[in-house]
Design a binder for this molecule. Structure first.
Ligand code: GLC
Length: 391
């Protein structure tokens, strides 16, 4: 692959995307109790392996995921190429424990990449270093020979992922135990990754910083100057598990997360766990679509290069240059209300969407808005946004 020119900003798409779809899908989806079931229920390898023959997938479910991601306002997708159970969703030569030689009998990753690209999504692979299927991983810290083999195994797998599927935008490492940067030879691996995909972005879970920080289950901005993403769940489980409806978040929750990451210059990677056959749980579509409809109307407060606030989690505002977007989150202020701590002169206040102009005056640092519509103008999430242009 050609080396990018020196003025190429590999972070640009990431900084503008804001929102992506995380997908945990694998053998474990058949059991319907999450992606860590092999570990949490201490299922022996020989027993768990049988799932590789019972897994069937019809058609290319990634088409529906990618279409939904697009309707949801997401700009990238990250699928579990290999989770900790070690089963590879692609046509690997490194192990027969893969979706081409077992159950599904096809390259699920190739299907996913094609589907994601067809909808204009940036493409990411999740890759777990941990591998409960490979005995060399278990012996990693005790046997130098096992360690050597496992490092080469890892390089072989990652080499395939980054050689056989065209340009890949993101490699999303995951790791729990038992490695470190020295034993896994993370820097050497990173060189391989950059050689194969010079424009790729990597997260920070290979014991070296990588290109961006990822926080899990919490929105925690990284240090200024560092790119970051928060990965979050929709229902208290990454891999598919039948969950009571109270475990599911609502569209407003999604928008609140998007507001937080936008204001602090990060991204949201929101998970859905498809069922084993690839269909999405019934709750996913209405949830993501509703938030997507909101984003279609209010996207200018979210997408593109936004300014990062100095107080990262002062959650009501997002900013771009001379424009501030005030998200009426807590409760809808009827009629007249004031926003405090507005230091700059304001030129105009309008309501997104529609652009209705609102009357306002400034008293000191209070911005007083006089004529908000009596009824909340946002039927989707009760979260209208005011666009405020500063002078
Ligand atoms: C946690 C889970 C892992 C999941 C990851 C996503 O680390 O243990 O299964 O893939 O979160 O960030």
């Amino acid at each position: 692959m050609a080396k990018p020119s020196s003025d190429y900003d590999k972070f640009r798409w990431f900084n503008e995307a804001r929102y992506g779809m995380f997908l945990h899908w694998g053998l474990y989806s058949q059991i319907e109790r999450g992606e860590l079931i092999m570990h949490t229920e201490q299922i022996p390898v020989a027993e768990y392996e049988k799932l590789a023959d019972t897994w069937t997938v019809r058609g290319n479910p990634a088409r529906a995921w990618a279409r939904l991601a697009k309707r949801a306002g997401m700009k990238y997708m990250v699928l579990t190429a290999k989770h900790c159970d070690g089963f590879c969703l692609w046509d690997t030569k490194m192990t027969p424990y893969n979706a081409v030689q077992r159950g599904p009998r096809r390259d699920l990753l190739a299907q996913y990449v094609a589907a994601a690209r067809a909808e204009g999504m940036r493409v990411g692979f999740y890759y777990s270093f941990v591998d409960w299927h490979n005995p060399d991983c278990q012996a990693f810290n005790d046997s130098p020979a096992a360690r050597r083999r496992f490092v080469e195994f890892t390089r072989g797998l990652i080499g395939e992922l980054l050689s056989n599927y065209g340009p890949i935008d993101m490699l999303w490492y995951d790791a729990i135990w038992p490695f470190n940067a020295r034993t896994l030879q993370s820097r050497r691996l990173d060189q391989l990754v950059r050689r194969l995909q010079p424009r790729i972005l990597t997260n920070d879970r290979s014991w070296i910083p990588g290109d961006f920080t990822t926080t899990e289950g919490r929105i925690v901005p990284s240090d200024p100057g560092r790119n970051w993403e928060a990965c979050m769940m929709t229902n208290d489980s990454w891999g598919y598990a039948a969950r009571p409806s109270c475990d599911w978040i609502c569209p407003r929750d999604i928008l609140r997360m998007i507001r937080s990451v936008t204001g602090a210059g990060g991204n949201l990677l929101l998970n859905v766990g498809p069922k084993a056959d690839g269909s999405l749980p019934a709750q996913a579509e209405p949830l993501l679509t509703a938030a997507g409809n909101w984003l279609a109307q209010n996207g200018e407060a979210v997408y593109g290069k936004m300014d990062r606030r100095r107080e990262p989690l002062n959650d009501c505002w997002t900013h771009r240059g001379n424009t501030g977007y005030y998200w009426c989150t807590v409760c809808y202020p009827r009629g007249r209300f004031a926003i405090g701590a507005v230091e700059r002169r304001v030129q105009s206040v309008t309501l997104l969407p529609g652009g209705k102009s609102l009357k306002f005056k400034q008293e000191g640092t209070r911005l007083i808005i006089e004529n908000l519509p009596a009824r909340n103008p946002d039927p989707i999430a009760q979260m209208p946004v005011l666009k405020i242009i500063f002078g």
